[in-house]
Design a protein around this ligand. Structure first.
Ligand SMILES: Cc1cc2nc3c(=O)[nH]c(=O)nc-3n(C[C@H](O)[C@H](O)[C@H](O)COP(=O)(O)OP(=O)(O)OC[C@H]3O[C@@H](n4cnc5c(N)ncnc54)[C@H](O)[C@@H]3O)c2cc1C
Length: 325
């Protein structure tokens, strides 16, 4: 059944986040031969519209306003509601990001639709679209259908592969004008805590350190390994609590959920709360000096040894293979 689906493109530091392109791919599956409309909200975002089309959207709708320069749930919900009223889509896809997690329930309530969040796969079964999502901190999966008219989902980053980019694709770009009013919160300033680099929640490779790293400077070899692999550094809560790194790096039940292609756990014991944030990674490598550490139960590859010897050795070998190749 051909449907019209809108997907929200997410802009960070003037660029589209990867999850935007994954949302286009999810939108294509839901559209089933129908139309995928990219939506870009912000200030001066028109320059990004073509990229959304090159990744498979049929056209793009812009909502631009100075008051939308930074995300606020009031501002974005007004922008999205204007698009939904104008386009009357059959499906809506957001990323399951901090923005998507905040905005999607608000919009779903306003339009009285069902919402399946944190979707990792979409399939058609007996004429119904079935959405898979992890539950119980990733220990099980549930499959859901939506019974309301509009199919509204958020997708977990790094799970639904984007389509191949086609630079020759074209499509129309139009604007909707919305008077953004009654903002109850205004972002005055954003103070970044982490350094620039690969976004942890979208990274294909994550090198995460635990209390075994022993100090803030102990994270340096992990950063070097992550740099060689083009990845990001993460951490267990143990390492954050010990003040070895910032809480923005924390992975787990009360931190970020990541699903990279490669997760390297360094000096992390593998507590259940940590596994909740990384156990769905595609390949897990654990480095720990304790052969009984719980992390080895979820690891595809395990190295029993002292991280301060193993990590620099790995970095050197990857350098030979990747940098000097
Ligand atoms: C409500 C709640 C929520 C929580 N949420 C989270 C969460 O989101 N994320 C999270 O991570 N935790 C979370 N925790 C904490 C969790 O229970 C663990 O305490 C924490 O994950 C332990 O961190 P760790 O593995 O780094 O430290 P430890 O358990 O102390 O493990 C350190 C590991 O390093 C190894 N090691 C030591 N030295 C070396 C060396 N030289 N070389 C190699 N290996 C070495 C040790 O063998 C050990 O296995 C939560 C806890 C609670 C109660």
């Amino acid at each position: 059944m051909a449907r019209k689906v809108i997907i929200l493109g997410e802009v960070k530091d003037g660029s589209l986040r990867n999850v935007s392109f994954e949302a286009v791919a999810a939108g294509k599956t839901i559209a089933d031969g129908g139309e995928v409309v990219g939506v870009l909200v912000g200030k001066d975002v028109a320059g990004l519209a073509n990229e959304v089309i090159q990744y498979g959207a049929d056209r793009v709708v812009l909502v631009e306003d100075d008051k939308l320069d930074h995300y606020t749930s009031d501002g974005y919900s007004q922008a999205l509601m204007a698009v939904i009223n104008e386009e009357n889509p059959d499906g809506i896809v957001f990323g399951h990001t901090a923005l998507g997690k905040d905005l999607a329930p608000k919009i779903a309530t306003k339009i009285d639709s069902g919402l399946v969040s944190d979707v990792t796969a979409i399939e058609e079964v007996g004429g119904n679209l079935v959405f898979t999502r992890p539950i119980y901190s990733g220990k099980a999966f549930e499959k859901k259908i939506i019974t309301s008219d509009k199919l509204f989902i958020t997708i977990r980053p790094n799970n639904i592969a984007p389509l191949e980019k086609d630079d020759s694709r074209t499509g129309t770009v139009s604007s909707i004008s919305v008077e953004i009013k009654d903002l109850r919160t205004i972002i005055k300033e954003i103070v970044r805590k982490t350094s620039e680099g690969v976004d942890l929640s979208e990274a294909k490779v994550v090198v995460a350190g635990g209390r075994g790293v022993k100090s803030a400077s102990g994270f340096k070899p992990l950063q070097e390994l992550a740099d060689v692999l083009g990845g990001a550094v993460g951490a267990s809560r143990g390492a954050c609590d010990a003040d070895y790194c910032d809480y923005s790096l924390q992975i787990g039940q009360t931190g970020k959920v990541v699903t990279p292609d490669l997760y390297i756990a360094v000096g992390i014991s593998g507590a259940i709360q940590h596994l909740a944030g990384m156990s769905n990674s595609k390949v897990i490598v654990a480095i720990n000096k304790d052969p009984e550490a719980n992390i080895f139960k979820v690891a595809d590859y395990g190295i029993v040894g002292d991280l301060f010897e193993v990590v620099p050795m790995l970095t050197e070998e990857f350098k030979k293979l990747l940098v000097n190749a």
